[in-house]
Design a protein around this ligand. Structure first.
Ligand code: OGA
Ligand code: FE2
Length: 508
């Protein structure tokens, strides 16, 4: 199951993720199915409660009736039994009715609910899923620099359904971090669990609900609140200045940062800005696909996102209806995305690529075919040698760590079977906005490209010489809140010989 999905991957930061780190449900089942399963179980549980209540109601009525009766009878047993109907009824009660009542008391009302549980349990996430979800949460915490308090209060940007962690939830996270030998997060979360627990304890010891009029209790309560506020303030200002310092050194060292740190900074939108001089050379324009007849009268909006490597964004390039069609075609086929393992040459799943994807052929729908033609017209590249349209859905925690889209020299077999050469260029449609996180970032050069529904970005992975452009190394940042849909087209070298001829120099 995957956490994350509307379709699949979306549960809001809660627990069931799948495989390895992220909130991707395992293949057994989609996250939305789990939500529905839970809903059905609640209905069944309520039916059980109703049945149990009506049983208890019947028992109560019997007890009340007999209470009155026995009261009267014991006060004057002889007089009572002097009435033949009473004598008959006593026989009948003891011989039959108490037995019936006994059967009612013994009757198990839980059958329906228990059998529903048994059926549904096979779809439940397992320990591995829960650990996966917890790790995803810790991972998001690091990538997006979220402090434990913020995360535990569920204070995330753009969340629709706020959700917080209890002391027990925090303890669980700490325990999982501990089993993973991740002592950094263990400490953070155990401390948070303790803090929340102490806070609860302090409140209940002094609780005004227990001794509403108690003078001293009221005074203590005020005192606890004051201490807590002060502690929070102190924590805040100390981390603020530490953070500030850290940030400053980070900026100084930026060029020497390991890729992971650069990637995370860019994901948070903390990339160093381009110099104004460079930035001034980025433009937006109407583009007609180099006088393509389909675009001369209705050129499309194009913006420069980056200069080197050149990354351009097309605006209003896929309509909401087209997006819906593409998503609907892809949904039944989505499965955990794979990567190429250079050692075995096979496709496998990997924790560094967590998303669900599906491939759509132009033959199966006029919409897909129209989209392919659009890419061909606007890039000037032949799409007949391109791979099929890939649709990807990232749930919360879904990501694709830094990678190249093209095959390197040490893996010459990667696209050999296709016979169409290397991946010359990438076209990437953003089919959703993302509430928080989910940028496409280029850590080598410091570019962050934010998803904007209905737009697409395009870049060349290879120089005209056919050499790979290492500055195109890029990543899909983990989704923090929401759900990310993209679709992409990898264009290949074959067919482009006259459309993008090689030049004399190797690196341009
Ligand atoms: C990819 C990729 C980026 C993104 O699928 O190869 O880099 O933002 N995707 O989804
Ligand atoms: Fe990529």
């Amino acid at each position: 199951m995957q956490i994350l999905g509307l379709q699949e991957l979306e549960v809001v930061l809660l627990f069931w993720a799948g495989v390895s780190f992220l909130l991707v449900p395992v293949e057994r089942c989609h996250m939305t199915d789990l939500i529905n399963t839970e809903k059905d179980l609640v209905v069944s549980l309520k039916d059980y409660i109703k049945a149990e209540e009506s049983k208890l109601e019947q028992i109560k009525k019997w007890a009340e009736k007999l209470d009155q009766l026995t009261d009267t009878a014991t006060k004057d047993p002889e007089g009572f039994l002097g009435h033949p109907v009473n004598a008959f009824k006593l026989m009948k009660r003891l011989n039959t009715e108490w037995g019936e009542l006994e059967s009612l008391v013994l009757k198990d009302m839980s059958d329906g609910f228990i059998s529903n549980m048994t059926i549904q349990r096979q779809f439940f996430p397992n320990d591995e899923d829960q650990t996966g979800a917890a790790k995803a949460l810790l991972r998001l915490q690091d990538t997006y620099n979220l402090d434990t308090d913020t995360l535990s209060r569920g204070n995330l940007p753009g969340v629709k359904h706020k959700s917080f962690l209890t002391a027990e939830d925090c303890f669980e996270l700490g325990k999982i971090a501990y089993t993973e030998a991740d002592y950094y997060h263990t400490e953070l979360w155990m401390e948070q669990a303790l803090k929340q627990l102490e806070c609860r304890l302090a409140r209940s010891l002094t609780c005004m609900c227990v001794y509403p009029e108690h003078q001293r209790a009221n005074g203590n309560m005020k005192y606890f609140e004051y201490i807590m506020a002060k502690e929070k303030e102190a924590n805040k200002s100390s981390t603020d200045s530490e953070e500030q310092q850290e940030k400053e050194t980070e900026v100084k060292k930026k060029d020497y940062l390991p890729e992971r740190r650069k990637y995370e900074m860019l994901c948070r939108g903390e990339g160093l800005k381009m110099t104004p001089r460079r930035q001034k050379r980025l433009f937006c324009r109407y583009y007609d696909g180099n006088r393509n007849p389909r675009y001369i009268l209705g050129p499309v909006k194009q913006e420069d996102e980056w200069d080197k490597p050149r990354i351009v964004r097309f605006l209003d390039i896929i309509s909401d209806e087209e997006i819906e069609t593409v998503k609907e075609l892809a949904k039944p086929r989505l499965s955990r995305a794979t990567v190429h393992d250079p050692e075995t040459g096979k496709l496998t799943t990997a924790h560094y690529r967590v998303s669900k994807s599906a491939w759509l052929s132009g033959y199966e729908s006029p919409v897909v075919s129209r989209i392919n033609t659009r890419i061909q017209d606007l890039t000037g590249l032949d799409v007949s040698t391109a791979e099929e349209l890939q649709v990807a859905n990232y749930g919360v925690g879904g990501q694709y760590e830094p990678h190249f889209d093209f095959a390197r020299k040490d893996e010459p077999d990667a696209f050999k079977e296709l016979g169409t050469g290397n991946r010359i260029a990438t076209w990437l449609f953003y089919m959703s906005d993302v509430s928080a996180g989910g940028a496409t970032v280029f850590p080598e050069v410091g570019a962050s490209v934010w998803p904007r529904k209905g737009t697409a970005v395009f870049w060349y992975n290879l120089f005209p010489s056919g050499e790979g452009d290492y500055s195109t190394r890029h990543a899909a940042c983990p989704v923090l809140v929401g759900n990310k849909w993209v679709s992409n087209k990898w264009l290949h070298e074959r067919g482009q010989e006259f459309r993008r001829p090689c030049t004399l120099s190797e690196l341009e």
